[in-house]
Design a protein around this ligand. Sequence first.
Ligand code: CUK
Ligand code: CUA
Length: 639
Amino acid sequence: MKRTTYLSLTLLALASVFTSCTNQGKKSNGALTSNAAERVYVPPGQYDEFYGFLSGGFSGQLGVYGIPSGRLLKVVPVFSQDPEKAYGYNEETKPMLNTTHGFIPWDDTHHPDVSQTNGVLDGRWIFMNANNTPRVARIDLTSFETAEIMEIPNSAGNHNSAFVTENTEYVVAGTRFSVPIPQRDMPIKDYKGNFKASLSFLSVDQDNGHMDLSFQIRLPGFNYDLAHPGRDKSHGWIFITTYNTEEAYTLQEVNSSQNDKDFIAAVNWKKAEEYIKAGKFTTEATEYAHNIYNEETHTATSTIKKEVRVLEASELPGLVYFLPTPKSPHGCDVDPTGEYIVGNGKLSADLTVHSFTKMLDAIENKKFDGEAYGIPILNFEDVLGGTVKQPGLGPLHTEFDDKGNAYTTFFISSEVVKWKVGTWEIIDRKPTYYSPGHLSIPGGNSQKPWGKYLLAMNKITKDRYLPTGPELTQSAQLYDITGDKMVLLSDFPTIGEPHYASMVPAELIQPKSRKIYNLEENEHAHATTKDSDVRIERNGKEVHVYMTMIRSHLNPDNIEGIKVGDKVYFHLTNLEQDFDVPHGFAVMGAENAELLVMPGQTETLVWYPKKVGVWPFYCSDFCSALHQEMSGYIRVSPE
Ligand code: CUK
Ligand code: CUA
């Protein structure tokens, strides 16, 4: 929800920031209890109770935090290069950022989602979307490394993505912008009826996590914002908010927000599977990259796939239904029982909640209120499950606890509102500082929430921290939600813009977290697993240096015979077999990054010597008392 184009929203948002800051002037810092500090304090040497995985927004990365402390534990590079770890710079990981648009070392990521088994978070993998150049990544939660990236074809603005079904059967990825499919040169004003959207279903191999683009559903040319797979009784369905059902080619409010109601699209993916089985798909030629990181060889490969199976929603009965939902809904959230689908209409005064049971009844009795491109529109009253009356301004996202309560963020009125599922009464409201987007409760989007903490991720920081020039870090706020009333516990800064977050009980991940890579199982093509194999090989202008690293030497540490104009590959193998002893490698004049090689791993840095001389290289990670001794010289002679 960055840079909204709705004028009124923008103005209201500005007004809200102004009010919030005025409130701040009254010296209310929001922390209301004296023992808030105790509840977020994790004593030295002790661990946090939860892992918090916060999307890095326009940093393209995934931030791993300890919850409740808010301590940053790691930044996992996903869609952007990271010189700290050489991700996207070393030869092994460069293929991860390959796309059919070329090498794309940046993206904007919004939604991490943890794998599930039987509707409960299982802590195996985390999936995350690239919004700008549509991709979905899988991060392995034993190594905390990006293990796979799949490009999504026929998509633009991969926003309602990446969301996981209850047994991780699929990761669902939907487009925000409709585009010509296939892409072609055509007038923008001919949008209506010609632009289309795709909803992609990526199947997941339960043994190794590998994704496959199983099929796409082709949808009318609206904008599709957010998705939530059905839970429990609505398992087999996925719900997606739409806006601009006017199909305006410019999203000025007057054009794209005229309709009193947009839709939540209810998509029956079990039905889609039947249609696929029955052969009711067309096979379209389209190219997309599929990049996999192999743990044995420590090397990624990128392949270009050539076709995708497509189901046409307007031609296949029972595949998609539209549920009218007031005023440009943004978030779409399903409660843990799967009965209620909350549509957060960002320009609406009330929160609309649809009933899954009523939806099925209406479908069975064919109570339709027209159609859009052959897709039945259900009658609003027939599917309405309840309304939360006037809860706040600018509702964006809702999560659930394990006691039948829902919590919704309000961007404009800058607050979190707690309400009761089923009675729709408002129980509590607490200000957030300022303008929250998503919120997260551990398991709060699944059948099994751990209703202890709520994290609000705020778009605007203003006066919460010491100023750091015109740009302030974005901010998360942690609330205790164990009581009737929410209690604000702490603020902590975040990297990039955290849109969504997944929080997972530590015990689901901690015991499986990988300690080292076994040197004997290192199948890297350029591994040097013993000192006797250390060597330098020349092949024309290409030089390969096979180097080992162990406390406290780099071997070889004197390299001669290199010439200006050569291309030098440093293949470094870390011979250590101890936890937490990486070695770094840096060489003077290197164009891009250093290496950070984990125990048992091999990494490759390419260096182009440009100047005659004797140049030092060294280990960049302080690894032992003799760390400074891990260095050497490379002699560069004239061409
Ligand atoms: S979006 Cu950012 S606040 Cu991309 Cu899930 Cu709603
Ligand atoms: Cu190895 Cu410092």
